[in-house]
Design a binder for this molecule. Structure first.
Ligand code: FE2
Ligand code: FE2
Length: 180
């Protein structure tokens, strides 16, 4: 298997999750009420799966290795755009969490902001994914030998293996912060 394989499977799950989130956003808009769990579950997915696990492999392994290759100017430019988009995704997710917190504290005006930010994320991911799937991953893999690709795939699995521990260490930290 090639290392872009698991990245593309992950793209499919991210697309499905964001489509489901967009349906919830439509319901939020109609009912003018937010069930915070709907936002919390989507944020956890975006942060831990789409960003930490998926973008983590892209940035810390694939892009890191591509940085030592003599990439075409076009691919170099696309890689920078992708990095910038990851940063935008993190900022927008943080803004969504902040809006939800303010809403829960009684600021009902934040409802429109929650809807807007969630939709921005829901619209952003499919475009970002399409860019990677159609314009980046295939030409990139040409820069790696079969041996390099096998090594990268191995490193991907190791990276994934660390994620469950990282996730639950975070859950523990969050849990102890709650202070009932
Ligand atoms: Fe990405
Ligand atoms: Fe991706």
């Amino acid at each position: 298997m090639k290392p872009i394989g698991p990245l593309m499977w992950e793209h499919r799950l991210i697309e499905k999750m964001l489509t489901a989130m967009m349906k919830h956003v439509d319901k939020i808009e109609k009912s003018k009420k937010v069930n915070p769990v709907v936002i919390d579950v989507a944020v956890d997915f975006v942060r831990m799966y789409a960003d930490r696990t998926h973008h983590g492999k892209e940035e810390e392994i694939l892009f890191r290795d591509l940085a030592s290759k003599n990439l075409s100017p076009e691919l170099k430019k696309t890689m920078q755009e992708l990095l910038d988009e990851h940063v935008w995704g993190r900022k927008t997710t943080a803004a969504l969490v902040a809006a939800k917190e303010q809403y829960l504290q009684g600021d009902e005006k934040k409802l429109a902001e929650i809807i807007n930010l969630a939709r921005q994320l829901g619209n952003f991911y499919p475009r970002h994914i399409e860019k990677e799937d159609k314009r980046f991953f295939y030409p990139c893999q040409e820069y790696f030998s079969k041996g390099e690709q096998d090594k990268m795939l191995e490193e991907f699995w190791e990276f994934d293996g660390k994620m469950i521990h990282e996730k639950y260490n975070r859950v523990f930290e969050e849990y102890t912060r709650l202070g009932f």
